[in-house]
Ligand binder design. Sequence first.
Ligand code: ZN
Ligand code: FE
Ligand code: FE
Ligand code: ZN
Length: 266
Amino acid sequence: MSLPADYHMHTPLCRHASGEPVDYARRAVELGLTEIGFSDHSPMRRDDFDNWRMRADQLDEYVAKVRLAQKTFPQLTIRLALEVDYLPGHEDWIRQLAARHPWDYFIGSVHYVSESWDIDNPAKLSEWKKRDAFEVWQIYFERLTLATESKLFDIIGHSDLPKKFGIRPAQDCTPLYKNFLAAAAKAGCAIELNTAGLRKDCKEIYPSREILQLAFENHVPITFGSDAHAPEEVGLNFTEAIALARSVGYAETCRFNQRQRESVWL
Ligand code: ZN
Ligand code: FE
Ligand code: FE
Ligand code: ZN
């Protein structure tokens, strides 16, 4: 059995990751992975939007770094991608980004539930105390559903990110999940199993078993990602992620080339 592709990894251009793409690729080869994809945090229209992504004028440098890794490790399939922040109103900017390079896929992620609050930012943990958790979940999943319906993305990133710090609403969130997954099924958009959640306070893969079970029932395709911000994190906990996917019924994963999806056996 070969391991599924690791489609979620970052580069130092985002200012909170270490190691060059060649280092991540070397680690992937060591682990016996046959395919990976770089999906660093995309630039925003305004470079001063926040401080955890590349600037717009660094996009070519990013692509060059990924191309260098491809040249250095010809035995490894290396995809060129971005983790793109979805905020309502940013659609035109995302289309502009899509036109700039021959991307293999876009991961659409919601980190912002307002123009100024990125819910996974540890520096803004105090915001959680000011808000009702269920309200945050509702806004987040509304935005995730809009992201899916925009058809701008091939994969939706860490779909239950609000659980990161272990703060969870008491209310039943199943209707929010169902609404999002129906949109994903309709748009033909995949979701990722992101193992970074295991390294956070929630100590759980993104998304939860409940969401993944509903995704399977809705025929939503899946990909795998470590969300590596350092070379040592490449492919981390993939065994657990594969076991989780299989346990809810998945026998297939998928890969992307030039934004075309192909199913492969898991
Ligand atoms: Zn990051
Ligand atoms: Fe993210
Ligand atoms: Fe990421
Ligand atoms: Zn991420």
